[in-house]
Ligand binder design. Structure first.
Ligand SMILES: [Mg+2]
Length: 373
């Protein structure tokens, strides 16, 4: 099944707010093949830069746009293609947005292989450990007690057993962080799990420890990305001094960076984003690395249902899995771009599609409506 073309299409809702919500736009990666099968992927990054990295003409042998690297390859050589993309982008790549772009292509290739074989991607990753997964509600942290009460009332009266509040009003003031968490626990009740995402913004490790001690009293299950992703010493310092789990890894890409994060004992929970970490090819290796280090994998997924579909297939293949992140932002692309649209059942579970590939279709009318021409 020879790859004949790769297209990166930017989609965007009309108005973009400067908030920590990446589901307001996206870049969809379409990998076309000579068998008429098109694989679908998505990248959570700056969509315009990703499009350039994929569609750029070649400059020299270690500086080639990814489309030109991939066209002509057999899609079944997915791992070989990963290394080829990595090597042919050395000069501008190796980390960050080049790896993000590779992730979208890699995701689309796995989708194409699944479609060709008539198998869900989880079967290609080693097997299906589960067909449903508990979801937690993931939203931005509001700034007032009234808003927190309203938000929790709106989302948590169904099946969700856990909620993560992140970014937004957090990490502007340590005392305010404690107040926000107390309000969240007050309205969430004692029987639901509470997770807090600091969005990489704490700076002072000692203040972080004392704030985490206050979070412990509110039974915060995990503290996510307390520090910037390169500040690994601070992750380790905090992890050694709090009973809250420390999580991170959504900014991390390639095995080299995951090896650093896990090898230096920085996290209890690793959160690969399949649209940024290097794709399913890297995530599959991370499964084993994390198991050896006794770190739990809870993937990051805060984009459209394309990423959620890939994440569900990956979660199905994990020997141990706690949670699916379920983005509850009311953005148009998240709600409309794919069929089916995933839903939470009365017990807080999401069913994992058993259809070929990632198990979703794009609504092409919606796709064209939001396409940036
Ligand atoms: Mg996060």
């Amino acid at each position: 099944m020879i790859i004949t073309d790769v297209e990166a299409v930017v989609l965007k809702q009309k108005n973009i707010e400067m908030i920590g919500d990446g589901s307001q736009d996206t870049v969809v990666v379409l990998v076309r093949t000579d068998e008429g099968i098109t694989g679908i992927g998505e990248v959570d990054s700056n969509p315009y830069v990703v499009k350039q990295i994929i569609e750029s003409p070649a400059s020299h042998m270690a500086c080639i746009g990814l489309r030109d690297v991939v066209v002509g390859e057999d899609a079944f050589d997915v791992e070989k293609i990963w290394y080829k993309m990595f090597e042919k982008s050395y000069y501008y790549g190796r980390r960050s947005v080049a790896i993000h772009a590779m992730s979208g292509i890699d995701m689309a290739i796995w989708d194409a292989i699944g479609k060709k074989l008539g198998l869900p991607v989880s079967k290609l990753l080693g097997g299906t450990f589960r067909t449903k997964i508990q979801a937690y509600c993931s939203v931005l942290m509001p700034g007032t007690e009234e808003e927190i009460k309203e938000l929790i009332g709106r989302h948590m009266n169904g099946g969700y057993q856990g909620m993560k509040l992140g970014w937004g009003a957090l990490a502007q003031d340590y005392k305010k962080d404690v107040q926000l968490v107390r309000w969240a626990r007050k309205y969430l009740g004692d029987d639901k799990e509470l997770m807090i995402d600091i969005g990489m913004l704490w700076k002072d490790v000692k203040m972080a420890v004392s704030t985490a001690k206050e979070f412990e009293k509110e039974n915060v299950f995990w503290i996510e990305e307390p520090f910037r992703p390169d500040d690994l010493d601070s992750y380790r310092y905090l992890r050694d001094r709090t009973s809250c789990h420390i999580s991170g890894g959504e900014e991390v890409g390639t095995m080299f960076e995951f090896d650093d994060l896990l090898g230096r004992g920085c996290v209890d929970i690793v959160q690969p984003d399949l649209s940024r970490c290097g794709g399913l090819t890297v995530a599959k290796k991370l499964t084993d690395m994390a198991m050896l280090r006794k770190v739990t994998v809870v993937p990051h997924a805060f984009k459209t249902n394309i990423l959620m579909a890939a994440t569900l297939q990956y979660i199905a293949s994990l020997p141990e899995a706690w949670y699916l992140e379920f983005c509850e932002q009311d953005t148009e692309l998240r709600q409309k771009l794919t069929k089916p649209i995933f839903e939470i059942d009365g017990d807080g579970y999401v069913q994992i599609p058993q259809r070929p590939g990632l198990g979703i279709d794009i609504d092409w009318d919606v796709f064209e409506y939001y396409r940036v021409k």
